[in-house]
Every structure is written in C-alpha cells, then in structure tokens.
Ligand binder design. Structure first.
Ligand code: AHM
Ligand code: MG
Length: 335
C-alpha cells in the first residue's frame, strides 16, 4: 500500500523541491492546520459540546455572531500568537487588526481569516469551514498597521480553507497548484488525498442564491436565464443548480467537479459591492480557483488584481469553471 503523506511531509518536500515554502511559512501553515483540527473537533461535538446557538453579540459588519464563530476566532488567534511566524492577524470577527503581543517574537507574515464561514449552517449540521489568506508584511517600516494588510490578492503567499463536512478537508495553495488533505481522526493528522486539483473549463452546474433574482443586475439575470432555458435555450444544454450557502462547501464542490459560484452585487443594498468580503473570503478562494485552472472575477475585473481600500471591504464574486466565468464577465463588460 502506498505510504500516506502527511501535511508536514508534503510541506517539507515542497520546500526541498523548489524552495517555495520558507521555514516560517511552513510553520504558519502547520499552526493553521492544527487550529483547524481543534475547530473541527468543536464543530463535530455540536450540541454535546454546548457550542451551538447565538453568542448574542454582533461583529463589525452588524452580523449576529454564533458561539462557534467566536470560539473558532479564539482558537486561531491563540494558536498563531506565540510561534514567531506572524506580525499580525485580521479576522471577519474582529473590527481591527490583532497585533502579536510584544512578549512574543514578531514574524514577517500577516494572516487573515474567516474563522467559520457559512454561519447560517452552523446550527443545522450542514458543512461550514475556515478560510485563510497569508500575506507578507511590507518590510519598509517597523511595526504593523492596517494599511499593511491592504494588498491585492495577487500578493498572497499562501491561501486555503478547511471544510468541516462529512470529512474534514484542508485545501491549500502556495502558488504551485492546489492540494487537498483529509483529516485522519485516528492519527490526528492531515493526509494528502489529492494533488494538482483541476477544475474543468466547462460545466453544467451553477450556484447562486436564486431568491435574490429580482434584485440582480441585467448581466447576471441574462446568464442565469440562459442556464435555466436548458437544452431549448441559447446554451443548448441543461444545467443543474446547487446552493449550500457555505462558500467553502460550494467552492469545494467546484474544485472537485467543476461549476460556477456567483454572489453578485444586487439592489438590496446598492452601496455594498457584494456580500462576500474581499480580503479573507474572495481573495483566497480566487487564488485557489485560479491555481486549479479556473477563473475568478467581480464581473468586470480579475479579483486578484483588485486593490483593497479597507480590511472588511466587500466584493461581487464569480468564480469556477473558466469558460463560464469568462462568459458571465463578458455579459458585464460587453466584450
Ligand atoms: P458568513 O461569513 O457570515 O457566513 O457569510 C458568508 C456566506 C457564504 O459562505 C455563503 O456563500 C453566503 O454567505 C450565503 O449567503 P446567503 O445566505 O445570502 O445565501
Ligand atoms: Mg464568511
């Protein structure tokens, strides 16, 4: 039987092959993976662990926090504070950046995360996940400010997510393709289960929250109408629809068998560019999808090229199978 490759071994071997993973980054990724393992345990206990339900507080974006949102945030902070690999962290659940306390050594990386994405699915036992993005701290000044985080997604040095579903799977890129690791609960370690993940360029599956249809812009409506028209319509084929309402789970499906995921701008709150957050939701997912041969835009531009102006900035998202993302983007730009 082929030997199992643990996450640690995978990272060490990657480091040897092309030097793409400096030692501090390797430590960082292992620490994030360890934190995800703890979050997975808490999620898994569910009602038995007393972790379900609302925490009766709101985050900076005015969303009600669940107990597991807060627990996951704390797990990630505690795990990452002391290792000497980070300068600061930012999270969906915190208004401003979290500096590594001065009693610990300061590292050169910045970590951003959505500690538990898919909040509406926490209490109903549907897949949820942790999303993370790693940036290098600019080295032209001492200390860290929020502005140091405002780097385009193309500058990420690592990105990934961990989906807590029927199995717990960590999906990772350091810019050299996408690899998937499944948590072996008996061994307590992540084991490599897929390398060189590829998204087919074409698909017959789309994901969007259809209940918002009446609020969409014309290009999105056109794209979805044409999918719904099926074989008899301009696309000449039938489409299937899926919407899990956990971006991690929807993106995981797309990395596994293709598809397009859309969370467009809509007229409900026209001043917001979209629902999803650029820096710790869209950017890491966009990079993973591109690394797997797919595409990711905000309807007009490549997501990874967008220059963030604030930490919790929102963005419209179209990502997945390349030809479909290009089509819906062309409907926006008129190209
Ligand atoms: P969250 O970070 O508060 O959980 O919100 C993000 C989630 C995504 O995982 C998912 O794609 C989307 O919100 C679902 O939104 P909706 O409930 O509007 O369908
Ligand atoms: Mg989220």
């Amino acid at each position: 039987m082929a030997q199992k490759v643990s996450l640690t071994r995978y990272l060490v071997e990657q480091q040897r092959v092309d030097g793409s993973i400096p030692a501090q980054l390797r430590l960082l990724l292992e620490v994030v993976a360890r934190a995800c393992k703890s979050i997975s345990m808490a999620v898994n206990k569910g009602a038995l662990g007393g972790v379900l339900g609302s925490a009766e507080s709101e985050n900076v974006q005015g969303e009600v926090q669940k107990k597991l949102d807060i627990i996951s945030n704390e797990v990630l902070i505690e795990a990452n504070e002391w290792g000497g690999h980070l300068a600061a962290m930012a999270s969906e659940e915190m208004d401003s950046i979290h500096l590594v306390p001065s009693r610990y050594p300061q590292g050169e990386y910045l970590l951003l995360f959505d500690p538990l994405d898919g909040s509406s699915n926490i209490d109903v036992n549907v897949s949820i996940g942790t999303i993370f993005s790693v940036l290098k701290k600019p080295d032209d000044h001492p200390g860290v400010q929020e502005a140091d985080f405002l780097q385009a997604g193309a500058k990420q040095v690592a990105a990934g997510y961990c989906v807590y579903g029927p199995s717990t799977t960590l999906v990772l890129t350091v810019g050299d393709g996408v690899a998937m690791f499944t948590l072996d609960r008996e061994q307590g370690s992540f084991v490599l289960t897929q390398e060189n993940v590829q998204i087919p360029a074409d698909t017959k599956e789309f994901a969007i929250n259809m209940s918002n249809m009446r609020h969409w812009d014309a290009p999105v409506k056109r794209y979805v109408d044409e999918c719904l028209a099926g074989k008899e319509g301009p696309r000449g084929k039938d489409f299937n629809m899926r919407w899990i309402a956990s971006m991690v789970a929807d993106v995981h499906r797309i990395l596994t068998r293709g598809g397009i995921f859309m969370y467009p701008w809509d007229k409900r709150e026209p001043e917001k560019a979209g629902k999803l957050r650029l820096m710790y939701e869209a950017n890491p997912m966009a990079w993973l999808v591109e690394q797997a041969g797919g595409a990711a835009t905000n309807g007009r531009q490549r997501i990874l090229d967008l220059q963030p102006t604030k930490l919790h900035e929102r963005v419209a998202v179209f990502l997945g199978s390349k030809n479909e993302v290009e089509r819906v983007t062309e409907y926006h730009t008129g190209a």
